[in-house]
Design a protein around this ligand. Structure first.
Ligand code: SF4
Ligand code: SF4
Length: 469
């Protein structure tokens, strides 16, 4: 297992951690003949905390896609309508930079959390972890506990085992499909997807997207699991850079636990670790936290809960494995506020403030004007010259339906074309406009189009030509 080198200050002999003895007892995860390890479920305060975090997140994920306000979805990234709706507020594609800003701010938040508390995002809120735990629970429900699954994997396949395995895969596929349909529902209204699916009229693009997403979910959470965290997620690579001796991560207290021994309650002078291997069996990454900080550890704290239960049975204090810093393990004080943490906090605050400000300045009326490519100008008679323009107006306000079009400029202009534009049209399209001027002495004049509604207005400047340059 790949390890992250942890730089440690030299310590006095009396503070040096005890030497870890070679493992004499099996403590590997419960591995089956198929080479897969079977994660054992545990209970405890961190598992309750995970539920507290993950259930609301799951409810948001599966629920938000159904929320509507005045017939409009609350969240939608519509390629078809060139529209993003966030919390009921419509944004144009020009405001996509806000989403980029949001991602940068979120990354700063992630780095802040990583410096302070290690990979708690990975362990408690990352979708990969949440879905993996869901899939593990389904596995536990259909095929039995980890030790039973291990025995079944080693034994010849029976009809009973086969049926249970098929039910597990069926439930996994259903969950993967529900996940994929919901995900697609953030891009195409979910009600449209379901009604098209019922009528067997789902487009090839939407069906293909759903199948790909379902396949990825099934593969990631059901089959590949920790390999994604270890090999595909760049975050596990960053942690070695972001952690320092004061970062609190899930750690094994070797001073207290070693020398480990398989002993009964209260006997002997050895360390508190009884080498029961439970901390390894519950680990979704399949590692032994007693070997030190490792790139595969996602700080899910399952090993803390498992070990606390063992300590409780032995009537010893909890916390042989706990969230703590390397400094504390060495008997030093942990400093929470550090320059690096302050730096990430500052970046995070600036980024979130900028994004919040950006949301107050979003485009409400998107106007595009282009000159007719056929002719630069048309000489109607000796006094009158006309220019033709194509105009597209898209509205991003739920309260504004119509805008009036007018012009002003350096001369006496007349406007011909649709004077009121309906913004509620499903797809905004280009409208032709003709502007004519009489007795214009200038060869090129400034012309301004005005678009005005009750709550919205916009102006765009263009040029009016009377001569070819
Ligand atoms: S669960 Fe605790 S006591 Fe058991 S092996 Fe792990 S660290 Fe040792
Ligand atoms: S070592 Fe502990 S905290 Fe790390 S992934 Fe395994 S169970 Fe979770």
């Amino acid at each position: 297992m790949e390890k992250i080198p942890v730089v440690q200050e030299p310590v006095a002999q009396d503070l040096a951690p005890p030497h870890l003895p070679p493992h004499t007892l099996p403590h590997s995860p419960t591995s089956g003949r198929d080479g897969k390890f079977h994660v054992r479920l545990t209970e405890g305060r961190f598992q309750n905390l995970r539920r507290l975090v993950s259930w609301p997140l799951l409810a948001l994920y599966f629920g938000l896609v159904w929320v509507q306000f005045d017939g409009q979805p609350w969240f939608l990234f519509s390629f078809e309508q060139h529209k993003i709706i966030l919390f009921g507020q419509a944004l144009s594609w020009r405001d996509l930079s806000l989403l980029a800003g949001l991602l940068i701010a979120s990354a700063a938040l992630l780095f802040f959390l990583a410096v302070a508390w290690g990979r708690i995002w990975c362990g408690f809120a990352c979708p990969q972890s949440i879905w993996t735990w869901l899939f593990i629970r389904i596995e536990d429900f259909t095929e039995g506990r980890a030790d039973k699954r291990t025995r079944q994997a080693a034994a010849p396949l029976t009809f009973h085992t086969l049926i249970r395995r098929l039910i597990k895969h069926l439930l996994w596929i259903l969950l993967a499909l529900a996940t994929a349909i919901t995900f697609t529902g953030y891009f195409v209204p979910v009600r449209e997807i379901l009604s098209a699916a019922i009528q067997l009229e789902l487009s090839a693009t939407v069906s293909g997207w759903i199948l790909i997403m379902a396949g990825i979910t099934y593969l990631n959470a059901g089959l590949v699991r920790e390999q994604i965290c270890l090999h595909a997620c760049p975050y596990s690579r960053f942690q070695g850079v972001m952690f320092d001796d004061h970062t609190r991560t899930v750690s094994y207290d070797a001073r207290r636990g070693e020398p480990r021994a398989n002993r009964r309650k209260g006997s002997g002078n050895s360390g508190d670790c009884v080498d029961c291997g439970l901390c390894v069996q519950v680990c979704p990454a399949g590692i032994d936290i007693r070997d030190g900080l490792q790139a595969a550890c996602i700080d899910c704290a399952a090993c803390i809960d498992a070990c606390d239960r063992v300590m409780s049975k032995l009537e010893r204090p909890a916390g042989l494995i706990r969230f703590t810093s390397e400094a504390q393990l060495q008997g030093e004080k942990t400093h929470f506020f550090r320059p690096r943490l302050a730096g990430y906090a500052a970046v995070m605050l600036v980024a979130f403030s900028a994004v919040l400000y950006g949301f107050t300045q979003t485009t409400q009326l998107l106007v595009e004007i282009r000159r007719d490519r056929g002719a630069m100008f048309r000489q109607v008679n000796a006094q009158t010259v006309c220019n033709v323009y194509q105009i597209k107006v898209e509205g991003y306000s739920e309260t504004q339906r119509f805008v009036d079009v007018s012009i002003t400029g350096e001369g006496e202009f007349s406007l011909f074309g649709q004077r009121t534009i309906d913004l509620s049209e499903e797809n905004a399209y280009w409208l032709p406009y003709r502007v004519c001027a009489r007795d214009l002495a200038l060869s090129k004049a400034e012309l301004i189009f005005h678009f005005k509604g009750e709550a919205l207005s916009a102006s765009r400047q263009t040029t009016f030509l009377t001569r070819v340059f």
